[in-house]
Design a protein around this ligand. Structure first.
Ligand code: 5AD
Ligand code: SF4
Length: 477
């Protein structure tokens, strides 16, 4: 869920114009970068992983936490030099900024970084080819208003070979934006109001992915479990019903979804965890804090007890579910006793995975204007204590899996020769000998050892159905 940077999104290298996309932030940005690359491909741009070769450099940015904008400005300084170098050889380079920093900063980006040619928000990137065309004509463009038309309906579909080169697992955005307005969070301002994609569009996209050899689909949304839409039966569906429908698609063997809000965890979704074998037993359900006073100040709209009760219900439906969460320490007004309640909640849940952050005031959010900001040193010290506990829980969870047999989807080559890597149902990376099968196979393995960040396993029994060998080619993001 957080802060990693992913250079490049594609593999093909033959056309005259090339685009380099650098992705910051969450999986939704990874998905958006792929779709922007697809949109540009239809216009003759091929993706490259070599920035020096790029005729268009696009930074797909994230604004969720600290100094994100400053990082983008310093990266833009480096890219400006590259642009000047290429200009000496008579080669034009366009620089674009997309994503949440583009949305939040808008025209300010052109003022502070005049080498930038185009700024495009997350709601309008289907217009990217047209914007690039204008920018090539010398115009400076800021395109950050919310589009009225359906972005997804206007985006071209990637070719099968491009999908294949991205691997046997894929992201699929089903919902965007957020209406929750947690007081620390910039998302409702940068990504706008909650919008759900229609069932038919989602099913068609999942079918196309399956036809290209994808076996695992992760549904994405800022508030993915708030997804709703009219079902094939004419009834209003929630995410639970959608998951049942997607599970019917031949070739799709595994489903996941992220990120969820506790308030939107309805009975149908819990039933999906109970009844749907293809739905992996992993749930990222951020709570942010364990003190009711702080939860209220954060506008989370639930108490610690309600969250714990919800997890009890989910565990009753799917006892082996791995819980994951996000936490913020040092929200304005957080006392040592409030923080102790976060630690208590973490002990009560037992997380298999978690992401924790120091509160960082986001301009324009209510939290930024609250009184009693917590000193940085206190935030740092609390974060250390919380992370020590979460790391211990993560390690205990991984160790508890040693000796169990699981179905493993082989996803990509490992770091060392002779290895393949997949993910356990609970999302940890699992490393096996490459004799276990081919990429795209689902194989039975027994977990033999838990390392700090991954599990190790040996194959057992028969190798599963053949998968997509072509997917070994290409760059994985
Ligand atoms: N400060 C620190 N962490 C934040 N997050 C969101 N906004 C902030 C902020 N202002 C964290 C939350 C969220 C995750 C994606 O990022 O934990 O769930
Ligand atoms: Fe941000 Fe809260 Fe919406 Fe999540 S639910 S995107 S934290 S406002």
């Amino acid at each position: 869920m957080s802060g990693k940077e992913t250079p490049g999104t594609g593999t093909v290298d033959t056309a005259t114009k090339k685009v380099f996309v650098k992705t910051y932030g969450c999986q939704m940005n990874v998905y958006d970068s792929q779709r922007m690359t697809d949109a540009l491909a239809a216009d003759g741009y091929c993706a490259t992983d070599v920035i020096e070769d790029a005729d268009l450099v696009l930074l797909n940015t994230c604004h969720i936490r600290e100094k994100a904008a400053e990082k983008v400005y310093s990266e833009l300084g480096r890219i400006r030099q590259l642009k000047e170098e290429r200009a000496k050889d008579g080669r034009e380079t366009l620089i674009g900024v997309s994503g949440c920093v583009a949305q939040a900063e808008g025209r300010e980006i052109l003022r502070r970084a005049p080498a930038v040619d185009l700024v495009i928000g997350p709601q309008t990137y289907h217009r990217l080819p047209a914007v690039v065309k204008r920018a090539r004509g010398g115009e400076k463009i800021v395109e950050t208003e919310y589009a009225i038309e359906d972005k997804f309906a206007h985006l071209p579909h990637p070719e099968g070979r491009i999908v294949r080169s991205r691997g046997v697992t894929a992201f699929l955005t089903v919902q965007e934006g957020c209406d929750k307005f947690c007081t620390f969070c910039v998302v409702p301002y940068t990504r706008g109001a909650e919008v759900s994609r229609p069932v038919s569009q989602i099913v068609a996209e999942a079918e196309r992915l399956a036809a290209s050899g994808v076996r695992e689909v992760t549904l994405l949304g800022q508030n993915v479990n708030a997804w709703h839409g009219e079902g094939a039966d004419g009834r209003e569906w929630g995410l639970g019903e959608l998951l049942f429908r997607l599970a019917e698609i031949p070739g799709i063997d595994r489903l996941r979804y992220t990120t969820s809000h506790p308030r939107d965890m309805d009975d149908a979704l819990i039933a999906a965890h109970r009844d749907l074998d293809k739905l992996m037993p992993y749930l990222h359900l951020p709570v942010q804090a364990g003190s009711d006073r702080i939860l209220k100040a954060m506008n989370r709209r639930h108490t610690a007890k309600e969250y714990l009760r919800l997890i009890e219900r989910i565990r009753a439906a799917r006892p082996d579910i791995a819980m994951s969460g996000d936490f913020i320490v040092g929200f304005p007004g957080e006392t040592e006793e409030d923080f102790a309640e976060t630690m208590r909640l973490v002990r009560a849940v037992g997380y298999a995975q978690a992401f924790s952050f120091k509160y960082s005031p986001r301009p324009g959010t209510p939290g930024a204007d609250m009184a009693d900001h917590v000193p940085e040193a206190v935030k740092g010290e609390r974060l250390q204590r919380l992370q020590a506990l979460l790391t211990e829980q993560q390690r205990d969870f991984a160790r508890s899996l040693v000796g169990t047999e699981i179905d493993l989807l082989l996803e990509k080559p490992g770091r060392e020769a002779g290895q393949l890597v997949g993910r356990s149902p609970w999302l940890q990376p699992v490393i096996v000998d490459d004799a276990a099968g081919r990429i795209g196979d689902i194989v039975k393995v027994r977990i033999t050892r838990a390392g700090p960040n991954s599990l190790f396993a040996d194959p057992v029994g028969e190798i599963g159905a053949p998968g997509c060998a072509e997917a070994t080619k290409g760059v994985y993001v």
